[in-house]
Write a protein of this length. Structure first.
Length: 128
């Protein structure tokens, strides 16, 4: 018998609900539900023009973001990069980052490795 885990990522709890952001953000972190040992994966959807109100970075964990629908921008330390459907961007762990949706919203899958609980949240980081 094979050792595998199958989950529908859209049925994983929406973490944005715990932080009062569910009206503008859908964030489904599937590492634990999928029993992943070496990397993390999440699905995220931002409503049109919504900017995640904090930045984050990691000590060790590198991340890859794949835009599956819509468009937007990602802020990487002090640089802003435009993203569109099917763009993929790799971000080193030590770079502070987060996303802002374009006029049609944005959906993306984020993959991080090696799996590490080394996230640092940076409140008020992306301000106009």
């Amino acid at each position: 018998m094979s050792n595998y885990t199958v989950k529908n990522i859209k049925q994983v709890d929406n973490a944005a609900e715990r932080f009062g952001l569910a009206d503008s953000l859908e964030a489904r972190f599937a590492r634990k539900p999928l029993e992943l040992e070496n990397f993390g994966v999440s699905y995220q959807r931002l409503e049109p023009s919504f900017r995640i109100p904090f930045g984050h970075k990691h000590g060790e964990q590198e991340e890859l973001y794949v835009i599956v629908n819509g468009s937007g921008r990602i802020k990487l330390d002090d640089e802003i990069v435009e993203l569109k459907q099917w763009d993929a961007i790799r971000v080193p762990g030590e770079v502070t980052r987060n996303l802002e949706a374009g006029p049609d919203g944005i959906e993306y899958v984020a993959i991080g490795a090696p799996q590490a609980d080394d996230t640092e949240m940076v409140q008020g980081w992306w301000a106009d």
